[in-house]
Design a protein around this ligand. Structure first.
Ligand code: IPM
Ligand code: MG
Length: 369
């Protein structure tokens, strides 16, 4: 199969470039062995872009990202940029690219690989076999609501404020994504809100109830976010697909990651609305951050990045077989006992970032032979 798939790589800061290098390795393998040609361009985002251009994201990068079939992003930020102006922080670049590309649907699967069930901070029986999907709204809510800011009142008091706002179309499109994904899985959707306190999320709940008639095969439930945080730790397997707001999704996905053993294991896909031809903007990134404490040392776990690449194969290119191949290779390498530091336990073999990528590639070779 020959295809020319345009990718834009934005490795970013900290461990971003190291984990992205392992994607390059897999792409090199696929070019050779699977005859899929990827046309890869690379650019900068985040702190490194602030250093080079005084802004975390340039307009031309946004244009290139829109023109690409898919964007792969490492991670952005780090202590070096803690004191730059708030609106040009590295994180602002990430938020802008999500917003400008219209990536409203953020899919964050939390899957426990059997070999890692003991790396979880929860008991094996609570997490083993866990496979949930958090669908996080990504371009609205309190992250983007206006007004926002910090003002100084006449008496010298400072007042900081943000606005949690959702419109019905914003809620409807993300909740529909939740329903559609639930239809392909166990047909259970849990919508998470704070409807007992926040009007905007009470409206969210009402919208979900209104829409559910279109998905008669899916059982919709609702949960308040505080309870959901507790239930995710108590009994995560009660969930299948979760749909929630931008900020609640940010928080709950970090919590869910611990069930899987490490934040270094969680991939994500951020998708825009499909156009008439079915094409959609898409960005794939690990849920983890830049891990400045271990950056540049070859200690980072590249698996979340590789699993994000697998999500790209599935969601942007409909390459289900190749996606499963990569995911299967990751699982096999874990089964064989290879571990980066974040998931290391007694009796396992500690490998570097590159060592892990190399092992995944070798396993791909074996499987494709
Ligand atoms: C995430 C991150 C980002 C977010 C930060 C880096 C802006 O925590 O993707 O979960 O809050 O969305
Ligand atoms: Mg987060």
């Amino acid at each position: 199969m020959a295809a020319n798939k345009k990718l834009l790589m934005l490795p970013g800061d900290g461990i971003g470039p190291e984990v992205m290098a392992e994607v390059r390795r897999i792409i090199g393998w696929m070019d050779k062995r699977r005859h899929v040609s990827f046309d890869v361009a690379e650019d900068i985002i985040g702190g490194c872009c602030i250093d080079a251009h005084g802004t975390p994201l340039r307009d031309e990068t946004v244009a290139d990202a829109k023109a690409a079939d898919a964007v792969l992003l490492g991670a952005v930020g780090g202590p070096k940029w803690d004191n730059v102006a708030f609106d040009i922080r590295p994180e602002a670049g990430l938020l802008r690219i999500r917003k400008d590309l219209g990536l409203f649907a953020n899919l964050r699967p939390a899957i426990v690989f059997d070999a890692l069930a003991d790396a979880s901070s929860l008991k094996r029986e609570i997490v083993s076999g866990l496979d949930i999907l958090i669908v996080r709204e990504l371009t609205g809510g309190i992250y983007f609501g206006e007004p926002r800011g910090v003002e100084t009142l006449p008496d010298g008091t400072r007042r900081g404020f943000n606005t949690l706002v959702y419109t019905t179309p914003e809620v409807e499109r993300i909740v529909r994504v939740g329903f559609e994904l639930a239809q392909k899985r166990s047909k259970k959707l849990c919508s998470i809100d704070k409807a007992n306190v926040l009007e905007s999320t009470k409206m969210w709940r009402e919208e979900a109830e209104r829409i559910k008639g279109d998905y008669a095969d899916v059982a919709l439930s609702h949960m308040l976010v505080d309870n959901a945080a507790m239930q995710l730790i108590r009994d995560p397997k009660q969930f299948d697909v979760i749909v929630t707001t931008n900020m609640f999704g940010d928080i709950l996905s970090d919590a869910a990651s611990m069930a899987t053993g490490s934040l270094g294991m969680l991939p994500s896909a951020s998708l825009g609305a499909p156009d008439a031809s079915g094409r959609r903007n898409a960005l794939y990134e690990p849920v983890h951050g830049t891990a400045p404490d271990i950056a540049g040392q070859g200690k980072a776990n590249p698996l979340a990045m590789l699993l994000s690449f697998a999500m790209m194969l599935r969601y942007s290119f409909d390459m289900e077989e190749d996606a499963t191949l990569v995911e299967g290779a990751v699982e096999a390498v874990l089964d064989a006992g290879l571990r980066t530091g974040d998931i290391m336990s007694r009796g396992r073999t500690l490998v570097s970032t590159g060592g892990m990528g190399e092992a995944v590639t070798a396993e791909l070779d074996r499987r494709a032979a």
